[in-house]
Design a protein around this ligand. Sequence first.
Ligand SMILES: N[C@@H](CCC(=O)N[C@@H](CS)C(=O)NCC(=O)O)C(=O)O
Length: 211
Amino acid sequence: MSLKIYGIAASRAARPLWVAQELGLTYEHVPIHYAEGATRTAEFLRLNPNGHIPVIDDDGVVVWESMACALYLAQRFKAVDGSSLAGQTPAEQADVLRWTFWAVTECEKDALSALMHTVAMAPERRKPELAQEAAARLKVPLKVLEQHLADGRAFLAGSRFTVADICVASVLAWAKPAADLFQAHPLAAAWLDRCLSRPAQQAVRALGRKS
Ligand SMILES: N[C@@H](CCC(=O)N[C@@H](CS)C(=O)NCC(=O)O)C(=O)O
């Protein structure tokens, strides 16, 4: 087996890396940076013509788009103990897909603004009002998540941790600097902390700090 994951951990490559770490996969990490044109070389564009990380290459099966990479790995591989991060029934699979699409379409843009304009960009480039506006818009999807968790469920799809939790937590983690948002949605905050405290996620974050 030869699996390669392209992209530094401090990027959307964290999504497939988190899946790979959860499953204990053997893989080669190729820490291509998103800056300074590294994703625009002819060689890289052959892998992903969009010029973005992440990309995965599983023995010649090349996948780009971070969520597709995460979903592919969860579907393709199991952990050594036989456990899976993928949905196991059509209903679970639908749950995995809907929460993943939801994260991308309803949350990702504003979560990124919340991050960039509070901690990620250089202070002189930050516009605090953009972070505040993004946090205000995120109240709408966060309320949906809060309601979903209100029946006592610990994770998003089925009754166990799945790739849906990885995909959604990867996006909502960006919004963590919007502390008031999570104070107002305690079940979502607790779920996010549950996901982010997992050893596999901690390992990816440690890798990201070295990026
Ligand atoms: N929708 C894409 C977005 C990928 C993306 O924008 N990746 C950033 C890093 S997180 C990147 O490669 N930026 C470099 C560039 O666009 O040149 C995905 O989820 O994979």
